[in-house]
Design a protein around this ligand. Structure first.
Ligand code: OAA
Ligand code: MG
Length: 645
């Protein structure tokens, strides 16, 4: 670390945000001149005004003079805007923060994941940044680093080892991590995302190495704003938040659900091009009801039963307010993997005051609707000519059902109450029918149609004779041979979507769907399955996962400066995604385009979502760019290394 006593261009304006920015220095001979870190004592980090005044106060020794000093400090640290830390106005007996501005170079530069390039530092950079001798002589390109990393990734046999290797890379060299992920998205998505991320969450206590997001627990009640300020990045654009109560189809994983926001935000960057530093993963820890975790000596969360009711609502309210206060109106908050009751309540409570959406309710709905629109090219008919049966009436089930009903209503002009009647849901107690109305949770009630009670899925398939069967219950192996055979007996091409995650919770496998339907099913699943050979033919299935939509949706909201999410934006995202399915994809039975093209797809989705935001008057970034697709592409983060002075 080198102290810069001279003038650096940013010093005149603000000390905020400099730790990650390259700065131009006019200092005579201060090398290397490229990186700046603001240091607070021995602890290099960005600090804001309140944090520092608190630190000042807390550094006061508890001697008899401390009260007098504290009083002074309170009364006279008032150097104004340009002297936020009181260095100039402080009197001799006051404590000040010893600010120095330093340049990250040499060894610390190799330890900074934002700037580290490893063996790709060239000779000039090695000289300018005091790296000589710290690296072996060879200089290699980022492309060769990618090749090398992929080779070593492929040598791991155990998926969790791959996950840990990816996390280690993210902590060591961020740009290499994203380049690897972007260029090998089909191969690496199952590593950083479902299914492996599910296992990672289950074992998070044992594999936890470094904080990659913010943990906000009941212990932080009353201090959440302060906790947000501890995060090193200031310009946050997207937050993914979970309380860990319903992680994928794995249930309550408490604080260990953190793997999900981290994974989702990696995809925001890799798939949607949002800058990594603008992404903030958050886990709200209100306890867990998972006995196994409570008894696990390596569990990382609060060891108590989940808070509910007012205690829960107050913590969430404080979090939501603090986020808006700290990051403003236009920060996007994605709710992820909350249990049903909280998911619906939080969405309805905050959708009119914050830029929020629930990925499991709305993101999944947009992706599934898109797949259904594409599948009409294979099975024929319009959306409203089909009959839909869901196994699972939670967030995904009712969210998808509602978006289908909205789209049908738009297409036919029929009222929503009518179009809903084409959609049936089965929950753990059987078909949702009118006679069950009184005992149903509010989000299931719109789906209670007139019908005699039916106890299980197979009987419901026989009674309703759906053309489309969608699994969203989180329970694996529920699309049995009888169920798939019944679907195939009524339909030439039954559409079967097994959405539950991870793979262990999938309602059936791709192989089972093709085998039991004698190769006639149009199949997609939430977690990926490889190609399947049946009767000499190879079948490839798509991945009906919200990862197709949330990165592009988020990008569209951000580039338009949207202040609210509207259902029409979800429909726009669905349409944009469906349009990306080519005839060639359809000929192979695919109702989703390959993930390999996801950045282009995300730009298309972003453009449509942004256009909708402008149309609805919900966009604040004015005037709108002329070509939204080009604009969206131009805004995307590139993981290629930058050259350093
Ligand atoms: O994370 C995924 O793969 C999809 C999702 O949101 C869930 O299953 O909860
Ligand atoms: Mg989810």
């Amino acid at each position: 670390m080198f102290s810069l006593g001279g003038s650096c261009s940013y010093l005149n304006s603000s000390v905020y945000g400099v730790s990650k920015s390259l700065v131009q220095c006019t200092h005579s001979r201060v090398s290397p001149p490229s990186m700046a870190v603001v240091s607070l004592g021995s602890n290099n980090r960005q600090v804001d005004e309140t944090a520092v005044s608190k630190q000042n106060a807390s550094h006061i020794p508890s001697s008899s003079s401390s009260t007098a000093v504290e009083k002074d400090l309170k009364s006279s640290v008032c150097g104004g805007v340009e002297d936020v830390y009181g260095e100039d106005s402080a009197t001799e007996d006051q404590y000040i923060t010893p600010w120095t501005v330093t340049v990250a170079s040499g060894y610390p530069l190799l330890r900074d994941p934002h700037y580290n390039k490893g063996l790709a530092f060239n000779g000039k950079e090695r000289d300018a940044h005091f790296l000589r001798g710290l690296l072996p002589p060879v200089v290699i390109s980022q492309d060769l680093q990618v090749k090398k990393m992929m080779r070593s990734m492929r040598q791991y046999q155990v998926p969790l080892q791959r996950y840990m290797a990816m996390m280690e890379l993210q902590e060591r060299n961020e740009r290499l991590f994203y380049k690897l992920l972007i260029e090998n998205v089909e191969e690496l998505l199952p590593v950083v995302y479902t299914p492996t991320v599910g296992e990672a969450c289950q074992k998070y206590g044992s594999i936890f190495r470094q904080p990659q997001g913010l943990f906000i627990s009941l212990k932080e009640k009353g201090r959440i704003l302060e906790v947000l300020k501890n995060w090193p990045e200031k310009k946050i654009q997207v937050i993914v938040v979970t309380d860990g109560e319903r992680i994928l189809g794995l249930g309550d994983l408490g604080c260990q659900g953190m793997g999900i926001p981290i994974g989702k935000l990696s995809l925001y960057t890799a798939l949607g091009g949002i800058r990594p530093s603008a992404c903030l993963p958050v886990t709200i820890d209100v306890g867990t009801n998972n006995e196994q975790l409570l008894n696990d000596e390596f569990y990382i969360g609060l060891r108590r039963k989940r808070a509910t009711g007012q205690e829960y609502a107050e913590l969430m309210e404080e979090f939501m307010s603090a986020v808006k206060q700290n990051y403003g109106e236009k920060v996007l908050i994605q709710f992820e993997d909350f249990a049903n009751h909280n998911a619906f309540d939080l969405l309805s409570k905050y959708s009119s005051t914050h830029l929020v959406f629930n990925d499991d309710i709305q993101g999944t709905a947009a992706v599934v609707l898109s797949g259904l629109m594409a599948s009409l090219n294979l099975v024929g008919g319009t959306l409203s000519e089909h009959t839909f049966l869901f196994l699972g009436a939670g967030e995904a089930g009712t969210g998808i059902a509602e978006l289908i009903a909205i789209e049908m209503s738009k297409q036919t002009g029929a009222p929503l109450e009518e179009t809903r009647k084409k959609i049936w849901l089965v929950d753990s107690k059987g078909l949702i029918v009118r006679s069950r109305m009184e005992s149903l949770q509010h989000f299931k009630r719109p789906w209670a149609h007139e019908h005699e009670p039916v106890k299980n899925l197979l009987d419901a398939v026989k009674a309703i004779r759906p053309t489309v069967l969608i699994g969203s219950s989180g329970a694996g192996q529920t699309f049995t041979e009888e169920v798939v055979q019944a679907m195939s007996s009524y339909n030439k091409k039954p559409v079967i979507l097994a959405l539950s995650n991870p793979t262990s919770q999938s309602e059936c496998t791709a192989e089972e769907a093709y085998k039991w339907s004698e190769g006639r099913a149009v199949f997609a699943s939430g977690s990926p399955f490889g190609p399947v050979e049946y009767n000499g033919k190879v079948y490839v299935s798509g991945q009906a996962n919200n990862a197709y939509v949330f990165p592009g949706l988020g990008l569209g909201l951000i580039i338009s400066g949207a202040i609210r999410v509207h259902d029409d934006m979800l429909l726009a995202a669905s349409e944009a995604l469906a349009e990306q399915v080519s005839q060639e994809n359809l000929d192979r039975g695919l109702i989703y385009p390959p993930f390999a093209n996801i950045r282009k797809i995300s730009a298309q989705i972003a453009a449509r979502v942004a256009a909708k935001a402008y149309e609805l008057g919900l966009a604040t970034r004015l005037p709108p760019p002329e070509n939204l697709v080009e604009y969206a592409e131009s805004c995307m983060y590139s993981p290629n290394y930058r050259n350093y002075h």
